[in-house]
Write a protein that binds this ligand. Structure first.
Ligand code: ACO
Length: 429
């Protein structure tokens, strides 16, 4: 079928092809727009721009749907592990038992980090944010482990190495920041257990695993594993489009994730809730501030570019938060404040009219606190979870037959041609 839209300007018409996805998402193909018409499009924040065709993640913001490779995130959170979900995202299908076993072995085999990297860690100022450290260290990996990218097997090798090492590097940054001895990964432990052990084991107090804590971490990472063309993933694709090495592209994604409007929101939510707690729990003030257009304050953990209903990840996170705190017999006053704040906001016309619902970050910080993760490590936890998604998106972009370097246009609104004025002739002020 010749499906197209017609653009008419000053009596002249142009036909633009319509692209339809497998879930009937429709887009107008403007690949030849400038060549044929001289026009470009203007879309700040890319809210209406499809940057690629992708078969990794599907989300429907109106219905609250999120699927990785077609599988609903709810099913993965219920039945899968983070390692298996990572395999699914990166390879496009669930692994067989043997494939998963081999993937596990590779993750274990590459989980150590070059000893010389420790000296970098030791020289960061103590107050450095772990996200700054992690993104720098991921970039530095290129110097220690030149990436192999010629064949499919080599790419898989580089990718697995990155997945294995990031977890070790994250735990290492925490240990060094505390002045503790670094704990090395153990081949007998699963992905999440290994991470918890590297974070919390000490020579005097061995870390004791609690099944529900390990599962909560798995689910936390599964829920963060991909989210199609969000800010950090777009950074990975854009930086990667210059054909830079994988480590540099992922490091760019990490830097993008750090911002409080994106992955840094989990830290910002806890800081906001803690502040409310300090102010005698008066959450209504925060709601009033968020509604005040003259005040730049936003309710952290609320709102989303795509979801115009409850974020499906937040639903799972909220339930898990309740269960975990009950199991661990933790009475976290921040959870009570969060729930009261959510209930009040959900009954407020401003939040309803602007479709502002809790997003994944609203309850995730309380889960991480219960696990024992310090607040400044929250976004690092998000980054470990998002890594398979970034890798899958990077791989897809490398194989894209329509690949071109990312290079948007602009509408110039600066001065028209003007001329250089020598200093002596410029007005004094
Ligand atoms: N609190 C108060 N008002 C808000 C909030 C909020 N959390 N979020 C959006 N709004 C308002 C805006 O002020 C705007 O109002 P206006 O049209 O009158 O100016 C309207 O709702 C639309 O908001 P935009 O910023 O245009 O929406 P956008 O899609 O660009 O931004 C974003 C989405 C960045 C997530 C925004 O909702 C926000 O800042 N939320 C708080 C930070 C946060 O939780 N980020 C995590 C997102 S999930 C993730 O990245 C993992």
């Amino acid at each position: 079928m010749d499906d197209h839209v017609t653009l008419t300007y000053q009596g002249k018409s142009y036909r633009l092809p319509v692209i339809v996805g497998t879930e009937n998402e429709r887009g107008i193909d403007i690949l030849r727009l400038r060549t044929d018409t001289g026009f470009i499009t203007l879309d700040p924040g890319f809210a209406n721009t499809g940057a690629c065709l992708s078969s990794i993640t599907y989300m429907d913001g109106e219905k609250g749907i999120l699927r990785y490779r077609g599988i609903p995130v709810e099913e993965l959170a219920e039945n899968s592990t983070f390692k298996e979900t990572a395999y699914l995202l990166i390879n496009g299908r669930l692994p067989s038992e043997d494939e998963l076993r081999r993937f596990s072995i590779m993750l274990n085999d590459h989980s150590l980090v070059h000893e010389d990297m420790k000296t970098f860690y030791q020289n960061f100022p103590r107050a450095s944010h772990p996200m700054g450290i992690l993104s720098s260290m991921v970039n530095a990996l290129r110097s220690f482990y030149p990436e192999l990218q010629a064949t499919e097997e080599e790419i898989n090798f580089t990718v697995t190495r990155l997945l294995a090492k990031v977890r070790t590097m994250a735990a290492m940054s925490y240990k060094i920041s505390r002045g503790h001895t670094v704990v090395y990964p153990r081949p007998d432990l699963a992905y999440s257990e290994n991470f918890l052990n590297m974070m919390f084991n000490t020579p005097v107090k061995p870390y004791e695993f609690v099944r529900e804590v390990v599962r909560a971490l798995e689910v936390f990472w599964i829920l963060h594993a991909d989210h199609e063309q969000n800010c950090s993933t777009t950074a990975v694709r854009v930086v990667g489009s210059g054909r830079v090495n994988l480590y540099a592209a992922i490091s760019a994604g990490m830097s993008a994730l750090w911002g409080p409007l994106h992955g840094g929101a989990n830290q910002a939510v806890i800081e906001m809730l803690s502040e409310i707690h300090r102010m005698d729990g008066d959450y209504r003030k925060a709601i009033e501030r968020a509604k005040d257009k003259a005040d730049p304050f936003r309710l952290m953990g609320f709102g989303h570019r795509v979801y115009k209903t409850y974020d499906p990840r937040a639903k799972i996170m909220k339930r898990m938060c309740d269960d975990l705190l009950k199991k661990l017999q933790i009475n976290d006053p921040l959870l009570d404040i969060a729930k009261a704040l959510e209930e009040t906001a959900m009954n407020d016309a401003f939040f309803r009219e602007n479709n502002l619902y809790p997003n994944v970050d609203f309850y995730s910080g309380i889960v991480l606190r219960a696990i024992g993760i310090p607040t400044n490590m929250f976004t690092v936890m998000f980054a470990i979870g998002r890594l398979p998604g970034w890798i899958a998106q990077w791989k897809e972009s490398m194989d894209d037959p329509q690949w071109r370097i990312s290079r948007p246009r602009q509408i110039y609104i600066g001065p028209t041609e003007t001329h250089y004025v020598p200093m002596a002739e410029r007005p004094r002020s």
